[in-house]
Ligand binder design. Structure first.
Ligand SMILES: [Zn+2]
Ligand SMILES: [Zn+2]
Ligand SMILES: [Zn+2]
Length: 241
């Protein structure tokens, strides 16, 4: 969870919130009779140093870099305790391993998850928050909390995507690089057996205008049917479109 204060105010505010979290954590865990509070506090400290959504494995890496060598089970148990006592929040976003982030009291945000690169974008949208409450109320439902996850392409992946076009639409003489496919795993395997991989450069030799193309790849001619050529996404090489 990132702070949404003026950027110049961020480090100080962030640090003071985090040192407050550490104090509360130490007190609460001692009061609850939880063992190894000092070690767990060290884990919390390292966890608070990143503002990313991290997996338990990534937390283990950060701990190692910070010079700690805790048992993975101990780290995972501490993460569970951090979640149970409200210092961390666990997310199971689709297509990703479980990730954890800080949970700061009184702060809420939602997430956009890129299904291509896996990046997570946090957002707060006041109108959306209000509309969700209204929607719940219109069903006679009293909303207490919510999680909103929006799946799609992040701006970087989207920009890359719109630069791509199906090979079937490439013009004769066009040089392009294979970047992606819209086909399933079976389709990608078929391309591989034909000797086509993402990153391969090709040139369109002929095109019948209806999608069937003949391309040259590494000095070889290959005839690709319409179905195939439509599922191969290429990026035209700069300067020839
Ligand atoms: Zn978040
Ligand atoms: Zn934080
Ligand atoms: Zn992305």
């Amino acid at each position: 969870m990132k702070f949404r204060f003026a950027p110049t105010a961020m480090p100080d505010t962030c640090q003071s919130v985090h040192s407050l979290e550490e104090k509360q954590f130490a007190r609460l865990f001692s009061d609850e009779g939880i063992e190894d509070v000092e070690d767990r506090l060290a884990i919390l400290r390292v966890f608070l140093q990143t503002e990313d959504h991290i997996t338990s494995v990534q937390l283990m890496d950060l701990l190692e870099k910070a010079g700690y060598n805790f048992d993975p089970d101990f780290v995972r148990e501490t993460l569970r305790l951090m979640c149970r006592y409200g210092f961390a929040c666990k997310h199971d976003f689709e297509g990703r391993n479980s990730t954890y982030e800080h949970l700061h009291l009184g702060q809420h945000h939602d997430h956009m998850i890129c299904t291509k690169c896996g990046s997570i974008t946090e957002f707060v949208h006041d109108q959306l928050e209000a509309v969700q409450k209204q929607a719940a109320a219109s069903y006679g439902f009293h909303m207490l909390q919510h999680r909103l996850e929006i799946y799609g392409l992040c701006s970087k992946c989207y920009t890359e995507r719109v630069k791509l076009l199906p090979l079937a639409m490439a013009k004769v003489g066009e040089k392009a690089v294979i970047r992606d496919t819209t086909g399933c795993a079976k389709f990608r395997h078929r391309l591989l057996t034909m000797g086509l991989r993402t990153g391969d450069a090709l040139e369109v030799i002929t095109s019948d205008g209806r999608g069937q193309v003949v391309v040259s790849v590494e000095g070889r001619r290959m005839a690709l049917g319409r179905g195939l050529a439509q599922k191969i996404l290429v990026e035209p090489v700069n300067g020839n479109r």
